[in-house]
Design a protein around this ligand. Sequence first.
Ligand code: AMP
Length: 439
Amino acid sequence: MFIHDSYNNHQKKVKPLSAKKAINVFVCGPTVYDSPHLGHARTYLVMDALVKYLRACGEKVFYLQNITDFDDKIINRAAEQKIDWKKVAKKYEKEYLDICKILQITSVDKYARATDHLDEIRAQVKRLIAKGLAYETKNGVYFEVKKFKRYGRLSKQKLDSLKAGYRIDLDPEKKDVLDFALWKKSDEKPNFPSPWGKGRPGWHIEDTAITEKYLGEQYDLHGGGMDLKFPHHEAEIAQEEGGTGKQPLSRVWMHAGFLTTSGDKMSKSLKNYVTVADFLKKHSTYAMRLMVLAHHYRTPLNYTEKLATEYDTAWQKIEAYLHTVKMSEDLNEKERKKLSQLLYESNRRFHRALEKDFNTPIAIAKIYEVIAKAPKVKECREWVLEHLKFLGFEYSPKKFGTNLEKLLKKREDLRLEKKFKEADKIRVEIQKAGFTLED
Ligand code: AMP
């Protein structure tokens, strides 16, 4: 499979570093200080579908996600709610994991909390100081950006233009406004011990400490939303490539486009968000996955309530198709040939679309096409189910049990006896059991 690599701006093959290894994937997890919204869900659904697809194609994948359970936002939230910061982090971490379960985001192998990796974080800061890439001030330890020549390459920005965006600096001892914190000194609790005094790690360093521990110094695919390109991912590259001397940190950088409302990025700060929990009160988890994957992952997805309702209807149509019982499943030779050609061709195009930069809208269109064009026989229903599974839908239609078979037989007999009223009653019974009957 080829994915657009944001670093080099062209499609690159997703493959393991060595043939014996799994494809190692890392995606920046959430900062657990509030409920997840639909913007978060988009990024994590895309990554889940990608990993599940790779696995369904026979690849071995190890998927790692961090959880930022220590951050100023968490501390501020704790102060607002007058509770311990650990309680805030625990509460929202649980909420995030519960939501992931409901959205069938089940592909992550390991969730790693920042607070469980303080030793690894301190070791990385020490290494950067020893290499002359970081320096200490009264207030903290900083990465010296000008010492890492490739800084800005991922986000395609020149250092001078980056500087223009920075006006306020809280630490006058910093050598340059662009230098970012690896360790923030603080006597205020919560804080942790370190060789540079008590304090807290910077946000970027937790990710490289965690990835180096579980994936090694280099890995295969790093994913996340577009907003993380700068400064977060840029900083990760500087820390790890600077610290190890090896490049690239990740062979492929995959960035998901924004989920927007009225054209603006859905975000906590703009207060234009819909939480996943609120969405799920009205719409189904399948509608959510369908809506996300019907848009290419790199394009914006402008969310409206109307759009969600449209995808509810679209999913209901798929579901109805999967529960259609066709009275006669026999196809003649010509029909069978036509069907196998359609399924073969749709399958080929489905995979070709996904292989080329994970083009899920085309893949979904192929599923719709089979539903619209193919006869409603068992073989086609299985095809649709199998292809939904490739995209990470975990769905099992109701089984055609023996009771249903008996009802079908009884109805057929009644129709032969021209007892149409009784036969119609059975049709209603079949509908109540969740199936559509087609003569
Ligand atoms: P955060 O907790 O804000 O760091 O976000 C967690 C993940 O969700 C990151 O990969 C973000 O890029 C992603 N994300 C946040 N908001 C949006 C959005 N509106 N659209 C797409 N992805 C988003």
